[in-house]
Design a protein around this ligand. Structure first.
Ligand code: CTP
Length: 402
């Protein structure tokens, strides 16, 4: 089989050096990668570096090797174009269809999936001009990964960092694995909750659960690769940040509710994969609870937590919002799942069986997705990404009214 053909566009930002690492990941994993830098990118990393690492000649202009018509051929022949870093200027040119160098020509002639990994200062990213350009590109089907938050070029920090090359590589692999299909969640905003809440008893103890967050993180990563803007509300997960999603960290069920409701206000879909504690201690001891000889052990009184899934389902923030719940069951899995779907009022409920050795912390899952319209979609045992993709297939169908 031919190697997948990838075009790595590099525009003129300091993060261009990180694209060398991305290029290595691509070539070492068997992708035939052509680098198309802009002229200003070459101020940061020179053409010999790109040529040596890619094994292909490098040009910024349409005037080299004109007999081969590179400004058309490179884009037409690609299975994936990824631009990393994508500067504010490059995003503006792409959104408006300008074509004054080889990279912008390539972007106009490519009919394959296109991924942009923006990197710039926070002010430039937040400027309405950039935000409108990003929205335009997403609406047209490009995957624009959210920049990471952290240290920027100077001493300042904020949103605008290029995500880690590994994380961008993971997005590229997912997009390539889907083939030449349009990203069906492009232009959509989805909210995913992940992990398990912790309800504090005193400054050192909490009531928690064994959720690792893997399923929720897989849902966030797969949605980003399908073009969605993703808000991931993560409760106490130790997993590495997935590239290109807005991450909101929370601890308790009450904090999770607040973060989910805020993000859900303009969301097309809300997927509640987090294991949310149904109860929390009625009171919090500000000092560590001590054992004392001769005293009875303390009794922990619990109160109910809000049910976020039921709340979002009962009063969706926008018409047509698709709400998905998860049900972890130990017995009578399907019967309990069907009853829970009715009780919670969500559109889809992913039901899986849990136990000491099943599901929690593992990278694989087996489930049935129950829908409010009565359909049932079994998902065989496999990676959590596969289950995530089935969930997004069903969400996408409902969003387009299919
Ligand atoms: N959930 C929620 N808020 C809660 C509890 C659960 O939003 N306070 C959501 C979970 O994120 C999940 C779904 O509800 O999507 C199912 O959670 P589960 O604990 O299995 O169901 P419960 O309603 O708590 O039922 P039970 O524990 O009685 O089985």
């Amino acid at each position: 089989m031919d190697k997948p053909k990838v075009v790595l566009g590099v525009s003129g930002g300091i993060a261009a050096y990180k694209a060398c690492e991305l290029l290595r990941r691509l070539t070492e994993s068997g992708h035939d990668t052509t680098v198309v830098p802009t002229a200003s990118a070459l101020h940061f990393v020179g053409a010999p570096t790109w040529a040596a690492l890619s094994g292909h000649p490098v040009s910024t202009e349409v005037w080299s090797d004109v007999h081969e018509v590179p400004h058309v051929r490179i884009g037409q022949g690609a299975d994936l174009v990824v631009v990393a870093p994508a500067t504010a200027d490059l995003l503006a040119k792409a959104a408006h269809g300008l074509a004054d160098d080889l990279l912008t020509n390539t972007l106009l002639t490519a009919r394959c999936p296109v991924v942009f990994a923006p990197a710039m200062h926070t002010e430039m990213w937040e400027h309405p001009a950039t935000q409108e350009n990003v929205a335009t590109l997403r609406r047209r089907g490009a995957v624009v990964v959210e920049p990471a938050v952290g240290r920027l070029t100077g001493a300042d920090s904020g949103k605008g960092r290029l995500p880690d090359p590994d994380a961008i590589f993971a997005v590229c692999r997912r997009v390539l694995a889907r083939g030449p299909v349009a990203p069906d969640l492009a232009g959509r905003h989805v909210v995913v909750s992940a992990g398990g809440t912790r309800e504090p008893l005193d400054p050192v103890r909490y009531l928690g659960n064994r959720s690792s967050g893997k399923q929720g993180y897989a849902l966030a990563a797969t949605a980003a690769a399908r073009g969605a803007r993703v808000t991931l509300v993560a409760a106490n997960s130790a997993l590495p940040d997935p590239a290109g999603v807005d991450l909101v960290r929370v601890g308790t069920a009450v904090q999770l509710r607040e973060a989910v409701l805020k993000a859900a206000a303009d969301a097309d879909a809300v997927v509640m994969a987090a294991a949310v504690a149904d109860f929390r201690p009625a009171s919090y001891a500000t000092g560590k609870i001590k054992k004392r000889d001769g005293e009875e052990p303390p009794t922990v009184v619990l109160v109910r937590n809000p049910d976020v899934l039921a709340e979002v389902s009962a009063d969706p923030a926008r018409p047509g919002q698709v709400v998905v719940g998860f049900a972890a069951e130990t017995d009578d899995v399907l019967a309990n799942g069907r009853a829970k779907l009715r009780r919670k009022g969500c559109d889809l409920l992913v039901v899986n069986e849990v136990g000491e050795t099943r599901t929690f912390g593992s990278s694989a899952n087996e489930a049935v997705v129950l829908a409010a319209d009565g359909t049932e979609t079994p998902v065989p045992y496999g990676p959590k990404e596969d289950l995530a993709d089935t969930v997004w297939d069903l969400v996408a169908e409902r969003l387009t009214g299919g």
